[in-house]
Design a protein around this ligand. Sequence first.
Ligand code: XIL
Length: 388
Amino acid sequence: MKPRRQLAAAVATAAVLALAPSAIASAAPDQGGTKKPSVPADSLRALGDRQKLGIGTAVDDAHLGSDKPYTAIVADQFSVVTPENAMKWESVEPTRGTYDWAAADRLVAFAGEHGQQVRGHTLLWHNQLPSWLTTGVDNGTITKDQLREILHRHVTDEVTHFRGKIWQWDVANEVFANSWDPNPLPNGLNGDDFWIKNLGEGVLADVFRWAHQADPKALLFYNDYNIAGQDGSNAKFQAVHDFFAKLVAQGVPVNGIGEQGHLDTQYGFDGKRFQADLQSYGDLGLKVAVTEADVRTFVNNATEQVPTSQLAAFAQPYEFSQMLTACQLVDQCISFTAWGVYDGDSWIPGTFAGTGYGLLYDVNMAPKPAYYTLQQDLALAARPGGKK
Ligand code: XIL
């Protein structure tokens, strides 16, 4: 059963959007993978297809295939998949010069079989770098010039390996400073970021150019968190907006901005600000995506993940809904992705101590109120014309 307030929120959303016809189509998205699978008509992906909105999840390679209920949820409910870790540098080149594409290839093949699109994640990031790289830079055996060449080769080889199979690439990830970071550059980039520190800010335009050369058809995204007003001041949004406005004006092949959407109920959330910021990115001529949505809250323990506050348990689906409806209301928003399938396999408890309950399915893989709320938002708000 859905609480009344969620219904009210969904109805309010529907009121400002054209109501869809009652028949529910189950076709895969136009721009989808190789097959058009039949999926439940009331699945998130089928409902998202009606408005040409990709509905995605991050996928954990350890569960895909072997874990049948998990695999069924991924196949039935989502039209877009992102490898949670399998395309990161430490995963694809654990030993210098030796690539291991196996896990990422498995996911890409799965997506092809299930009519899904793939978000590639991620090419330039300070985290989850192979230790041969960070150690080499630290001890000086990898010079700055060599590092630049190594990065160029990494971007070229990885994008080339998956050429034609990736819908959106997160080309660069998390290079802008937060209010608490000690060394922001005047334009808002994080001066302490591994890549900015070692190679200078010009490397950002370069990675987009290199990725574009390797796969001219992939949509190239910049991806970050708190870049749609969640920092309160909107300063991080402004920095990202102005930086990419400049790159677009210079003709750098950037196609989109991804807002990760990692929320925590203890901080509150301004859905209207979020929507306005996404729209501002869209107004630059860029596409927009919500790429890593989750809404964590304080829980009793990491195993059961029962919210400690009734109100927080209620805020969780509500904030999910605000993010999704913002994306629905911004024409340029092409996909909405949750960062993981279920609470029992979520990065949240291990990263943010004391919190959990962040995803759409619970620790037993049962759909939660957040799932039903998103389902309802999609069902009520579909625009017959779809996204532009
Ligand atoms: C996280 C994964 O979910 C974890 O499994 C991994 O241990 C660390 O990285 N922002 C990102 C994602 O861009 O790649 C991160 O994913 C979560 C934060």
